[in-house]
Ligand binder design. Structure first.
Ligand code: CMP
Length: 147
């Protein structure tokens, strides 16, 4: 079964010149890059993307960070893509990642709790929403539609 997830390479990693390296690592781990966009989020877009976190203590800092420079949004495909990409990224908090998963993307490329280099969808519903957010015209064949 080929599943898709939405990944972002965040402004810290793009500014550090690590976007190509991260995409190469994704491909080395068996992900296909189905779609890709580089763009800079506006405050409004960042607030929409992260709407579920509105009101949390880290929300304003997150929006400020995510609008600070270009990001790369990717649709990645692999069997069990959502879990597999989260595994490759490591824990959300970079300090946890460095301790628990030192070879993970966040351990390697992130700086702190907010500037953690990458994002990945957490559930199929959020993957669908997040893919549509960046790639509204992308048609992804589902198993049901293929049948
Ligand atoms: P991400 O996986 O993109 O989802 C929400 C983002 O908020 C997270 O990565 C971090 O960049 C940022 N963030 C900052 N502080 C926290 C926190 N305490 N818990 C979760 N996410 C946080």
């Amino acid at each position: 079964e080929m599943d898709c997830t939405l990944a972002m390479i965040k402004p810290d990693a793009v500014a550090a010149g690590k976007a190509s390296e991260i995409q190469q690592l994704a491909e080395m781990h068996g992900f296909l890059i189905i779609a890709k966009r580089q763009l800079q989020l506006t405050t409004r877009l960042a607030e929409d993307f992260y709407a579920e976190h509105k009101g949390k203590a880290f929300f304003n800092g997150l929006v400020e960070f995510m609008t600070s420079g270009p990001i790369v949004a990717l649709v990645l495909s692999k069997a069990g893509a959502i879990r597999a990409w989260r595994e490759l990224m490591g824990p959300t908090n970079v300090f946890d990642a460095r301790l628990k998963a030192p070879k993970s993307l966040r351990a390697l490329y992130g700086s702190d709790g907010t500037r953690n280099a990458t994002h990945g969808s957490d559930y199929p519903q959020s993957a669908a929403r997040e893919i549509k957010f960046y790639f509204p015209n992308l048609q992804l064949a589902s198993a049901a539609e293929d049948a």
